[in-house]
Design a protein around this ligand. Sequence first.
Ligand code: UDP
Ligand code: MG
Length: 317
Amino acid sequence: MDISVVIPLYNEEESLPELSAWIERVMEENHFSYEVIFVDDGSTDGSFHKIKKLSEKNPNIKAIRFSRNYGKSPALHTGFRAAQGDVVITMDADLQDSPDEIPELYRMITQDGYDLVSGWKKKRYDPLSKTIPTKLFNATARKVSGIKNLHDFNCGLKAYRKQVVKNIEVYGDMHRYIPYLAKNAGFGRIGEKEVKHQARKYGHTKFGLDRFVNGYLDLGTLWFQTKFGVKPMHIFGLLGSFMFLIGFLAVLTVIILKIVSVCSYGFNFYLTKSVYFYLSLAAMIMGLQFFLTGFIGELIIRNSAERNEYQIAERID
Ligand code: UDP
Ligand code: MG
């Protein structure tokens, strides 16, 4: 099979017939063997009923229905597990992404050798309240992930080599960072294609402004996992040592001041009135906490099933 199209959807019943017919047309014109996997993320409208109807007419249409709304990432993850095509294409269900981009995306994966090609909605039809934070978000994501050539991390329209989607785990809200996940899994040939973007025709967006707050928090998590995920002591031990050093210097200062005050008549030193006394207490306690966090982190890693999972690119036996 050439292509699997994975489409996560949540209450998009109006768009589905149009989208499905459009994909079908593109696939037939280009003679691709394909499947479309609709992942219904717990829709409460008639979405799944529509999909059922569509699949009766076209055997290439498959579907998975969640029993409740889990989110876009879980939907993508489940679609990725099921996908069989050599190239996997994801797109949103709301007709904002155009299926006409599929042939070129397919060509970039199969002929140009990319592992992942991300769409770039250069001209977007979204309100300003979304486009401006998006620019900031992408700049930060570029910096943190080190993937410097991507303008649009969170574009729903993306193409992947099959191995990529089988080796990444898209959980929580991590769909915003799939290129970063792919890079961490060793798939570093990441490209970009300018794609046409349409205004949403039916329904409304499923994400609010909290997407940016959550997006930044998730980026922090990913960065931390990438850098210290299997060696938490490297960061917590460092912070702990730093705190102990501060605490030690503060205690030393307190001791010296006390000795001086005992030996001299004019100078009185009261321990509990000294800033160094409190500093030493605070720093020691914080240092200890950092160390304990590091040790606990190490114990957790020691027991995690994935501590020795590596992506092996090739093997000669
Ligand atoms: N979506 C989903 N589960 C959710 C939220 C969204 O499967 O919990 C789907 C949604 O139906 C659409 C895609 O994810 O196909 C992108 O969502 P949306 O168009 O609302 O996002 P936006 O274009 O505003 O970024
Ligand atoms: Mg949309």
